[in-house]
Ligand binder design. Structure first.
Ligand code: COA
Length: 206
């Protein structure tokens, strides 16, 4: 296989009973602090409870070489929506209130994890996973997909996101608020967790 070709590798949704495999692949390929936080269960329970019938499903896509899962991307509603939902549910005043919450849920997506098995790297699979994610987001009637963000903890990941059209922020600096409907980034990884080179990546899609 030559560089940037994904010959023989198919990208498709990861069905429920294969999520354990997906989590295992992710955990084996990302840093141990992030690996400890991975879960296959549906995230953002408080946010989902505020819009139970229209909350967008998290996206799990796999790259399959035959039956072998060789790459995974997992994305969903950003953590900022969960914090906002919690604040609203506790009855605290929120500028923008439920309308702002709904906008974040529908417009903004965070790539939680992406990894490709070492045997299959630098063949375009990571890029194909990101492109497939964008297609899924744009086709989902529960979303008005607009911005996608990701925390790129390694230089490889930053190269990947840059080649997929993402802007790479300065190390340790938050996401520009425009990519979170005006909200500030809630998660600022410590140097201890991510090393000095970790940076947010962000882009709009349409
Ligand atoms: C980051 C990762 C997912 C990239 O997957 P991949 O399938 O090898 O990436 P691709 O072959 O699709 O490469 C796409 C682009 O990223 C660049 N890239 C990928 N890995 C690179 C590396 N090690 N060094 C330099 N550039 C790299 C490629 O050059 C390519 O850019 P181009 O098309 O402009 O030439 C993979 O290296 C990985 O799983 N790493 C460990 C887990 C990880 O770091 N995940 C991200 C956490 S945020």
């Amino acid at each position: 296989m030559s560089k940037h070709q994904t010959a023989g590798v198919q990208i498709r949704s990861i069905v429920e009973h294969q999520k354990t495999r997906a989590v295992r692949l992710l955990a084996a390929n990302i840093d141990s602090a992030s690996a400890a936080r991975i879960t296959a269960s549906a995230g953002r329970p408080i946010a989902k409870s505020l819009m139970p019938n229209s909350f967008p499903d998290p996206v799990w896509l796999g790259a399959y070489d035959g039956h072998h899962l060789v790459g995974v991307i997992h994305a969903g509603v950003p953590g900022e929506a969960e914090h906002l939902a919690d604040t609203i549910q506790r009855g605290f005043p929120v500028v923008g209130g439920l309308a702002l919450f709904t906008k974040i849920v529908q417009n903004c997506t965070k790539i939680e994890y992406i990894a490709v098995a070492p045997t299959h790297r630098e063949n375009g699979i990571g890029a194909a996973l990101i492109a497939a994610l964008h297609d899924v987001l744009l086709a989902d009637h529960r979303r008005h997909a607009r911005s996608v963000t990701a925390y790129a903890s390694s230089l490889d990941a930053q190269a990947l996101f840059a080649s997929a059209g993402y802007t790479i922020g300065q190390p340790q600096k938050p996401i520009p608020p425009d990519f979170l409907e005006g909200l500030a980034t809630t998660w600022r990884p410590s140097v201890f967790l991510s090393g000095r080179s970790g940076a947010w990546a962000y882009r709009t899609i349409h």
